[in-house]
Write a new protein. Structure first.
Length: 435
């Protein structure tokens, strides 16, 4: 985790103290269940809770023990025994390290998902607010980066809102899929521990029992989780790239907020750069970088190996921390985005009416011209305008072949900007409902 791109709420989920606290809770809840089943003394389970529930685990001590044992869970259990005393011999009865590690990881991932879902709500709120603000603000739609037909800036934001709504649904599903618990012992057969222990721990930790584990929880669950994070990151980058383009000097239809005292360049005092959007592009790349290791972690040898472990130690915190930061930054960026409707209109007009070419094409076909002839008539009048040699409407009015089909008044009607925006309300209702 890089402090520059880390928010404390998400970072705390992955801190060693939090991890050891979760490990303890798993072990202590398992002890409770074992005590109820008569496998260990009830007083031993009570002692474990009494002596360690409010303990601050000595991370340095655990690291010291691990340097000797070369095993993180054994190092923790040794330190726990130092806190609990003789009753610690009843801890971890019939369990294996993966029971603790995998269940803990899933607790952390569900907590991280909860924060990310809250982040998505902030993004959605900002997008909705600005979308309605610019619902009917006309701007040019582009395909291949080239002027196409008119849209509104509100529609651009509504598109993003719909996309992040889908992202939220996917993350809810991914959270549910990864929220499982395994307390099934070596190779997952429950030979040394009753399945009821798993049920008890799962309920206590806010998880559900893994239907079948092979000592490890199946990593297809985690692959889906991190793939979902990757898709969300791509959605972040999509809107970030849109803003970067719109802030270009030649376009300047929207711009990141530039605060008092902010500097854009160490060399050029006039610069106002889209640094937040560019930062989001870079952060999105890093989140997506963890998707491939997550997919590869699905493939383990037989019932279990630890080829996934080292990757997960990095990807768990890094992917969630980075996406958390990116989503919060995106929400602020959208909320404070400077929008320039006058420049949008200026860009709409810069091609001399060519944005209405399709409507002219269709009108000619409706008047009896073949589609091929209609296309030729429209294109031959459009190309001079493309080269800066006239106004599209005026050229059409002077074209004798066009005049065979359309009067000047009919042509003028085809250049109505409002025609392109007549279904904006319908689209907004589809995206936002009746609000």
């Amino acid at each position: 985790m890089i402090p520059r791109y880390t928010r404390p709420e998400m970072a705390s989920i992955w801190e060693p103290q939090t991890r050891f606290k979760i490990w303890f809770e798993i072990e202590a809840h398992a002890a409770d269940a074992l005590a109820e089943l008569g496998t260990i003394p009830k007083e031993a389970a009570k002692t474990v809770w009494a002596k360690a529930k409010n303990a601050t685990f000595d991370v340095a001590r655990i690291d010291e023990i691990e340097r000797e044992t070369k095993h993180d869970v054994i190092a923790f259990l040794t330190h726990l025994a130092e806190i609990v005393g003789p009753e610690a011999r009843f801890v971890h009865q019939g369990m294996t390290s993966s029971d603790v590690l995998d269940t803990c990881l899933n607790v952390q991932l569900t907590r991280a998902a909860d924060l990310l879902l809250a982040d998505l709500d902030k993004v959605l709120a900002a997008l909705k607010k600005r979308a309605f603000e610019h619902k009917m603000t006309p701007t040019i739609g582009r395909s291949h980066g080239i002027h196409a037909e008119p849209v509104t800036f509100g529609l651009k934001l509504a598109y993003a809102y719909a996309e992040f709504s889908r992202a939220k649904e996917r993350l809810i599903a991914a959270r549910k899929e990864v929220a499982t618990c395994a307390i099934s012992g070596a190779v997952g057969t429950f030979a040394q521990i009753d399945p009821r222990v798993e049920e008890h721990v799962a309920k206590a930790m806010g998880l559900v029992p893994e239907p079948i584990s092979t000592q490890v929880i199946p990593r297809d669950r985690h692959a889906m989780y991190f793939s979902t994070l990757g898709v969300i990151a791509s959605s972040v980058e999509r809107i970030a790239v849109e803003i970067r383009h719109m802030q270009r000097t030649e376009v300047l239809e929207a711009e990141e907020f530039f605060s008092e005292g902010q500097k854009g360049s160490s060399a050029m005092p006039h610069k106002r750069n889209p640094v937040l959007s560019e930062n989001l592009t870079g952060l999105s790349r890093m989140v997506r970088a963890y998707v491939t290791p997550a997919l590869e972690n699905v493939v383990l040898w037989h019932e279990r190996d630890i080829s996934h472990s080292s990757a997960e130690r990095m990807m768990g915190p890094d992917a969630t921390v980075t996406l958390d930061f990116a989503l919060v930054r995106l929400a602020g960026l959208i909320d404070k985005l400077l929008v320039y409707p006058a420049n949008m209109q200026k860009n709409l007009d810069r091609l001399g009416g060519l944005v209405h070419s399709q409507r002219v094409l269709l009108a000619l076909t409706q008047k009896g011209a073949s589609r091929e002839d209609s296309y030729k008539l429209v294109q031959r009048n459009a190309m001079p305008v493309w080269r800066g040699e006239g106004d599209f409407l005026q050229l059409l009015k002077k074209d004798t072949e066009v005049k065979k089909y359309l009067t000047d008044a009919e042509l003028e009607e085809l250049f109505d900007l409002g025609y392109h925006l007549k279904h904006v309300d319908t689209i907004f209702k589809r995206v936002f409902g009746e609000s």
